[in-house]
Ligand binder design. Structure first.
Ligand SMILES: Cc1ncc(COP(=O)(O)O)c(C=O)c1O
Length: 423
């Protein structure tokens, strides 16, 4: 595990000089400066645009113009199997096999599709364990599924809260809750990284505990994908879902993805919402009335995919493949460790970091709590050109993305926030 040891004599220029990934910064478009010292630390919300994205999307426009419907077969990247061009690269990002991985839809839609299959309450086993303060879309999705099964969310949801005076969850407490509720738990759904605190969960330990009590487990990887080194197959989740507009830089509303563990690949009797794109590829165009699912995650597809969005994502996934998650993560731990040491070094008790200091329990984001929820600190940061977001209550989320942020960005951020605290 990389420790964040930065002594006072190390300069950001030294750190950038020895950063083997520094050159990737020039592969992205940075937004127009909003102040005199622009810094982009919101890759956890919308990743920057890879310069190649326009070329890849333009290629599809050209093929559409040139070929019309024939582009499904004759485009340079034929549209019919287009989602397959993304599968291999995505497997390396999430640590899964091709049969477990599909790029499709958006996150909440995929979450619903997965819950239809993996949340199957019975009269005894019906409870759902989630984080208290889960991302609202997850909360709404889970509650609506519970209601569709004719149940009352208040009696069905178990919401995990940190201990009194703490901000993040302890793995032991999560496991203890799962074991205590045991035979009543139908499904556990957690974020891979909590959007508010930046805490990364021990997905393997949690998945093992869930399986010991006979329930299913899924993860929302919105803030984990392209951020942590994931091993979804080995960690044994039943399913996972993600979006691609954050760290994966797929563009606004980018097409998301889903992981379904190999052991469910041929579980054709699982309840699922079917559509023609999940139907056996060989016989899809015979237009028969009987649905025959593709084995594996692809069998959960419903509609034919959005090619223009996928083209933009392809440009970004190529960069991830070139860099590899392990090199990315190594830089990320150093970059975030540097940020942490500088913020703590300011020594102002109006700032406190909620995110765990153990690198194994976080990704690149640090959530800085502002005393008395004083949003004016964030307003001043924005006025000086820093893109970092404010999340209620009282947190500035700062996410240096290792693909395009530098140690100099982190250093300047620390200098700017110091100035913002002065006036
Ligand atoms: C943790 C988490 N879950 C779910 C969502 C919703 O994603 P979508 O709009 O792609 O369904 C988001 C969006 O930012 C998120 O951060």
């Amino acid at each position: 595990m990389m420790q964040s040891n930065f002594n006072g004599s190390v300069t950001p220029e030294d750190l950038d000089g020895s950063d083997s990934l520094a050159g990737y910064r020039s592969r992205f478009h940075f937004p127009e400066p909003a102040g005199d010292e622009p810094i982009y630390f919101t890759g956890n919300s919308l990743g920057l645009m890879p310069k190649k994205a326009r070329e890849y999307v333009d290629q599809e426009f050209e093929d559409w113009a040139r070929l019309g419907v024939a582009a499904h077969m004759a485009a340079r990247h034929p549209w019919l199997p287009y989602h397959e061009f993304l599968t291999e690269q995505m497997t390396r990002i999430i640590g899964a096999k091709p049969i477990e991985t599909v790029v499709m839809n958006s996150l909440t839609v995929n979450l619903h599709l997965m819950m239809v299959s993996f949340y199957r309450p019975t009269s005894e086993r019906y409870k759902v364990v989630i984080e208290k303060g889960a991302f609202p879309s997850d909360q709404y999705a889970v509650e609506s599924q519970i209601k569709c099964h004719g149940r009352e969310p208040r009696e069905t949801l178990i919401e995990l809260s940190p201990r009194e005076g703490e901000f993040t969850l302890r793995t032991g407490d999560i496991v203890e809750t799962i074991e205590r509720e045991g035979k009543h738990v139908a499904m556990v759904l957690l974020g891979g990284v909590n959007y508010y605190t930046g805490q990364a969960f021990d997905m393997k330990t949690i998945a093992d505990a869930v399986h010991r009590v006979g329930a299913t487990v899924g993860f929302d990887l919105a803030h984990a994908v392209g951020n942590l080194e994931l091993q979804m197959h080995d960690w044994d989740a039943d399913f996972a879902v993600w979006c691609s507009y954050k760290y994966l830089n797929g563009g606004p509303g980018a097409v998301g993805g889903a992981f379904v563990h190999e052991r469910h690949a041929e579980s054709f009797d699982l309840c699922r919402l079917a559509g023609w794109w999940g139907h056996d590829k060989e016989s899809r165009f015979q237009m028969g009335p009987e649905f025959k699912p593709i084995p594996g995650a692809e069998g959960w597809q419903v509609s034919n995919p959005p090619i223009l969005q996928m083209a933009a994502l392809r440009a970004s996934l190529e960069i991830f493949d070139e860099v590899g998650m392990s090199a990315l993560r190594e830089k990320s731990e150093r970059l975030t460790g540097y940020l942490e040491s500088l913020v703590n070094g300011i020594g102002d008790d109006r700032l406190s970091i909620l995110t765990p200091s153990d690198p194994a329990q976080r990704g690149c984001q640090l959530s800085i709590k502002i005393r008395d929820n004083d949003k004016s600190v964030h307003d001043r940061l924005v006025a000086r050109g820093v893109s970092a977001d404010w999340r209620e209550p009282g947190v500035i989320r700062v996410a240096p993305a290792p693909l395009y942020n530098s140690f100099a960005d982190v250093f300047r951020f620390a200098e700017i926030i110091k100035k913002c605290l002065q006036n």
